[in-house]
Design a protein around this ligand. Structure first.
Ligand code: NAI
Ligand code: MG
Length: 492
């Protein structure tokens, strides 16, 4: 896909020039330089996109039977599967994610679309028995026009998790990707076009959060906002969506505990824990950014973390040998480095990393060395706040109760992992973790069919699974009298 194709917005099935936005250079975080020119929209563009989503919702999309929606989604999914390489190149260019990771992630997306396609013609309601005088039943109806606001760390994944259930439910969409990484989302428009989706079912308008994003949220023509990003933004969105009482689903941050008990297979636990500390250069909400280690194996785990940090090949995102690319944008680089300073001041032991890599080829990119803090206390800011950089905070503990208390001791509740060979302990501890997903003797296993989302400040609602589909549907209860008789209330 050549860059020129990103210079227009995808609205109403057409590639249009921004009305009150413009075009901008999109930055390659590995070089700090523009790599392509991308369209972004303003309020007027959002207005037109919402109008076209409304027209599609009232028109062709609503009239299509579920099995035809499913067929279109399958066609889209099959085309998507043929473009994984291309999409991964675009996304890695735009957000700096190592290409091997982008390929692995994006390679799964077709299956998300297929799974939700398989539900599109099965949106059954229930009959509710009362007595002979009425026939009561429910129907599942689409929520309407959905505004999707996605982040820069995993633009295509965030889009897949929302578009799959929304389209299966019969909703229409305005997708607003993050301003830092809009290109791969625009590339989706070409696939929807090729698959033959009716115009206006999916509209794609990159733009600034406080402008295009805020306008989408406040727009009276939008029924629901599906958002992934930071908690502070979710609070702003809630307020600006309050006047129109929208439906919301929020997938927000995390500070996932990755708990290693002394009875675990520690080598396996280390594979998972180090992998997830530095995946996506630390920029994912589910990563085990707090590594909780039981005392008897603490020294061994700390030593291995240090050793393995040196095995991480930091490099150019498009090089297949690269394990870890740069941070996705400059503000995130600064945020991460700032947290390193905070951790040092708080008295945590910085064992390795913690600095920007700026030698040679890396000089203008946003690279950070894989970082390990040990002897971290649970109440330190680096153990409480989401850093979103390749920073592992290792926290020692003694016994189950302390592990659970530390694990639950942050405002977040998105994900958690625990490693133990005691099956009783596995269930006991998992049942007490305040998190939307708990992995036992594995980590970051996520599929289309497994609900994903947060307890506490990590979000509202669930993505993936039947729960995700539910969040794009309303329930209509219909009650039909079998007699047609209605007594005159004023007769006596
Ligand atoms: P953000 O929440 O500001 O950005 C996410 C999306 O929200 C983007 O599309 C942005 O344009 C949009 N947005 C921003 N302000 C908006 C507004 N007023 N109305 C409507 N939409 C708006 O996240 P940001 O600032 O880019 O990242 C900051 C931190 O957030 C990260 O360091 C990380 O800790 C966390 N984060 C968590 C993510 C997750 O996967 N849960 C993803 C991205 C960021
Ligand atoms: Mg922000």
């Amino acid at each position: 896909m050549d860059n020129a194709n990103f210079q227009r917005l995808f609205i109403g099935g057409e590639w249009v020039e921004p009305r009150d936005g413009g075009t901008r250079g999109s930055i390659d975080p590995a070089t700090g330089e523009h790599w392509g020119t991308v369209a972004y929209g303003g309020e007027a563009d959002i207005d037109v996109a919402v109008a076209s989503a409304q027209a599609a919702f009232e028109g062709p999309w609503r009239k299509l039977p579920g099995w035809e929606r499913a067929a279109l989604m399958r066609k889209f999914a099959d085309l998507y599967a043929t473009k994984v390489e291309e999409l991964a190149q675009i996304e890695s260019r735009d957000n700096g994610r190592a290409i091997r990771e982008s390929l692995g992630d994006i390679g799964l997306h077709a299956q998300y679309y297929h799974w939700f396609a398989s539900l599109a013609d099965k949106l059954s309601g229930r009959t509710i028995p009362i007595d002979d005088s009425v026939h009561a039943f429910t129907s599942r109806v689409p929520a309407g026009v959905v505004g999707m606001i996605t982040p820069w760390n995993v633009p295509l994944m965030a889009a897949a998790w929302k578009l799959g259930p929304a389209l299966a439910a019969g909703c229409t969409v305005v997708l607003k990707p993050a301003e830092q990484t809009p290109a791969s989302s625009l590339a989706l428009g070409r696939i929807f076009e090729e698959a033959g989706f009716p115009p206006g079912v999916v509209n794609i308008v990159p733009g600034d959060g406080p402008v295009a994003g805020a306008h989408l949220v406040a727009h009276p023509g939008v029924n629901k906002i599906a958002f992934t990003g930071e908690g502070a933004t979710a609070k702003t969105i809630l307020k600006s969506g309050a006047d129109t009482l929208k439906r919301f689903s929020f997938e927000l941050g995390g500070k996932a505990p990755h708990i290693i008990f002394a009875d675990a297979d520690v080598d396996q636990a280390l594979n998972a824990a180090t992998g997830s500390a530095w995946a996506l250069c630390g920029q994912s909400c589910a990563l085990g950014s707090r590594v909780l280690v039981e005392r008897p194996v603490y020294d061994r785990v700390v030593e291995e973390f240090q050793r393995r940090a040196k095995c991480v090949r930091v490099g150019m995102p498009l090089d297949p040998a690269t394990h870890m690319g740069p941070q996705a944008h400059q503000a995130q680089l600064e945020k991460t480095l700032n947290y390193v300073e905070i951790g040092k001041k708080e008295g945590a032991a910085l064992l390795t990393g913690g600095e920007r890599i700026a030698s040679g080829d890396f000089s203008r990119g946003y690279f950070v060395a894989p970082t390990v803090f040990a002897d971290v206390a649970p109440d330190m800011r680096i153990a409480q706040e989401e850093i979103f950089g390749p920073v592992a905070s290792i926290i020692p503990f003694e016994g189950e109760e302390e592990a659970i208390a530390i694990a639950n001791g942050t405002p977040y509740g998105l994900a958690a992992g625990l490693w133990t060979n005691d099956v009783g302990r596995a269930h006991r501890v998992a049942a007490r973790i305040e998190a939307g997903i708990v992995w036992v003797n594995t980590y970051r296993y996520i599929r289309w069919s497994t609900p994903y989302g947060g307890f506490k400040t990590s979000g509202w609602g669930r993505e993936n699974g039947l729960e995700a589909l539910d969040s794009y549907l309303e329930t209509r209860t219909t009650i039909v009298s079998t007699t047609g008789k209605f007594p005159d209330p004023f007769a006596s």
